[in-house]
Design a protein around this ligand. Sequence first.
Ligand SMILES: Nc1ncnc2c1ncn2[C@@H]1O[C@H](COP(=O)(O)OP(=O)(O)OP(=O)(O)O)[C@@H](O)[C@H]1O
Ligand SMILES: [Mg+2]
Length: 382
Amino acid sequence: MTTTTGADAAGGGTAEAGAEGPADAALRPHAEDAFAHELAALAAADDRPRPPRWRLSPWAVSTYLLGGTLPDGTEITPKYVGPRRIVEVAVATLATDRALLLLGVPGTAKTWVSEHLAAAVSGDSTLLVQGTAGTPEEAVRYGWNYAQLLAAGPSREALVPSPVMRAMAEGMTARVEELTRIPADVQDSLITILSEKTLPIAELGEEVQAVRGFNVIATANDRDRGVNELSSALRRRFNTVVLPLPASPEDEVGIVTQRVAQIGASLQLPPVPEAVDEIRRVVTVFRELRDGETADGRTKVKSPSGTLSTAEAISVVTGGLALAAHFGDGVLRASDVAAGIQSAVVRDPAADSVVWQEYLETVVREREGWKDLYRACREVTA
Ligand SMILES: Nc1ncnc2c1ncn2[C@@H]1O[C@H](COP(=O)(O)OP(=O)(O)OP(=O)(O)O)[C@@H](O)[C@H]1O
Ligand SMILES: [Mg+2]
């Protein structure tokens, strides 16, 4: 574990916290390091039963994700903003012998929730398989150190365990990112692991049996459906939890405000106060374009090809804060977010520019108090 100074910056939720981080702190510490103080406080306060090898009880894991105040006054910052029941179902699943599949459109915090769940349950979020079209079977099962394999033949020493194999042996949580991008035959090797809870090593005539505490959290993107359909055999091994887009504009503004403060602090951006009005406008633009109509329901607008997720709103605002802090007067203004909004909206230069122009002229231009945003957007568009 790293020291908690830099970690506090990421976890503290206040922009001021970042100024004290050491210059050599990890740019993005793992959840278990960034929030080590919260996890320790929860473990100390937690007197409920813990499933085998869990660092915390299911109750404490949900509190870690959703936030709260402990009896000793420690504030647990909310990591996930959304329905409590979703988190509870996810945590309860991990305490059973079924694996957890987090499903949703891009930018709904699937990866983020998976990392924090693994950190809270096992104290380690790094047993990770990144799913791509090129993910080989070794990434899910095991590989070999070829120098040793050639020198001395197959042995335990020459074996390179995958993150999943290590999680099985140690009773930990393994993470599989973007499960549906993994080729079907590699996905299939997960079936035995999840149903038999064993991983045979044919070359050695041995097996690694999962010890209690082992489980898998996978994430998959709604939009990738059809890239590699999840086989029904594999799907049956998972409980699926769908992460929704933020229900209300206020929820989304809250998520963006909180994450931007945390990211700004860990990047040691100078604090920028009073950003919430501008954040509200970015979120409004994204939601209206996503929903295909204005917030008051009066005007239909066309949707661009990109997803315009909460995650993208977070990067637009973070980028804007950097501009405001380094080149502006320290207040986030329309001119700091305009270019970011445009590049998020206009993904396909031909089709999306038309959509964007139309939205600018019919909605942004006409809206009371939005003249500055209109002008700033026109400037970057021209
Ligand atoms: N409901 C939410 N609560 C808290 N943070 C959120 C929420 N929705 C989005 N975020 C933030 O959005 C960012 C991106 O989320 P993440 O990368 O986990 O999305 P994802 O669902 O894995 O997307 P993709 O499908 O593109 O992989 C994170 O910083 C996360 O904090
Ligand atoms: Mg993801």
